[in-house]
Design a protein around this ligand. Sequence first.
Ligand SMILES: NC(=O)c1ccc[n+]([C@@H]2O[C@H](COP(=O)([O-])OP(=O)(O)OC[C@H]3O[C@@H](n4cnc5c(N)ncnc54)[C@H](OP(=O)(O)O)[C@@H]3O)[C@@H](O)[C@H]2O)c1
Length: 333
Amino acid sequence: MPDRNRQVLLAETPKGKLGPEHFRLADAAMPVPAEGDVLLRVRYISLDAANRAWMQGATYRSAVEAGGVMAGGALAEIVQSRSPQFRPGDLVFADTGWQDYAALPAKTLTALPKLEPLTHLLSVYGIAGLTAYFGLLRAGRPQAGETVVVSAAAGSVGSLVGQIAKLQGCRAVGIAGGAAKCAWLTEELGFDAAVDYKAGDFAKSLKAAAPKGIDVYFDNVGGDILGACLFQMNNFGRIACCGAVSQYDGAPQPHGPRGVPGLIVVKRLTMQGFIVMDYYKERERALQDLAGWVAAGKLKVQEDIIDGLENTPRALIGLLAGDNRGKRMVRVG
Ligand SMILES: NC(=O)c1ccc[n+]([C@@H]2O[C@H](COP(=O)([O-])OP(=O)(O)OC[C@H]3O[C@@H](n4cnc5c(N)ncnc54)[C@H](OP(=O)(O)O)[C@@H]3O)[C@@H](O)[C@H]2O)c1
C-alpha cells in the first residue's frame, strides 16, 4: 500500500466554462478508517454531467466547495474494513471523490456483485442504466407505437433510453451533436432516426424525424432543445425531466422554454422531474431486466474509458463538450 494518496482538488469554483485551471493535483496522507469505516481503493471514477452541476450550488446533494477533493462516485474495492458489513476484496459503489483511496463509513456504501466486465457496474448496471430505465418507463410511460425522443442521445443515459424505447415497441429518435454521432445512433444502436442539433434548422429536422409528433420526450439537456420539443409534443404527451446539461457549464440562460404553461395546458402534457434514487425500491427488478436485455444482445453498452486519475479533469471538460460516446469513466487502479 502506498503511503501517500493522490487527489484531484477543485481549486476554484468556475464562474463560466470549466477548464483545467479549476483543478489541482495534490498529494495527501493516506486516510485512516475509524471504527465503522472502510478503506477503499478507487478502481473506476464515474464521470457525470452532474459533476459540473454540483459546482453551481446545492442540488439533490450539497454543493462541491472549492479547495476540497472533487466529488464523484466510483467503483471501489475494500482494502481494509472496520465494519462487520464488508470484507477486504468486496466491491462497492461509493462517493469517494477523485482520489486513489478514501475512508468512508460502511453505511454509506452500496455493495456490488463481482461480474465481468466490471465497468458495466458503472454503466448499464449503475446510475446511467437505472436512470434510463426508470426515467423512461416510470416517468415517460411509453406505449408501443408511440414516438420517444431523447436528447444527449449518444451519452451514457441517452444511448440506453433510445434502445429501451425500441424494446417497448416505440419509434426512437435521438438528438445528438454531429453527423458521426447521429450515424452511430441509427446504424449501431438501432434508433429509427437521429437529429444533429448543431446542424441548424433544428425544429424542421426534428419534425422530419418524428413526423407523427412526440409522445415521450426524455430531456437530458433543457434549454432550446426542450423548447423546440415542447412545440412538437402530442396531446397527453409526457416529458421526463432527467437533467439540463445545456445549462451546467457557464452562466444559466436567463429565460426558460417558451410555451410554458400554455402548451402544457392545451396539450394536457405531463412534465415530471425525477431523481433515479426515487425508484430504488424497484432496483432489483430493473437490474434483472437490464441484465436480461444485455445477455440477449438487445441492449448495446457503450463505454468510454480514460486512463489515469490525473486525466479526470480533462475527461469531465470533454464530456461537457460532447467528446464522449456512452458512459465515460476514468480507470484509476
Ligand atoms: N435525474 C437523475 O437522477 C439523473 C441521473 C444521472 C444523470 N442525469 C442527467 O442525465 C443527463 C446525461 O448525463 P450523463 O452524465 O449521462 O452525460 P452524457 O450524456 O454521457 O454526456 C453529456 C452529453 O451532453 C451533450 N451536451 C453537452 N452540452 C450540450 C448542449 N448545450 N446541448 C445539448 N447537448 C449537450 C453532449 O453530447 P452532444 O455531442 O450530443 O452535445 C455530451 O456527450 C444529464 O442531464 C444529467 O444531469 C440525471
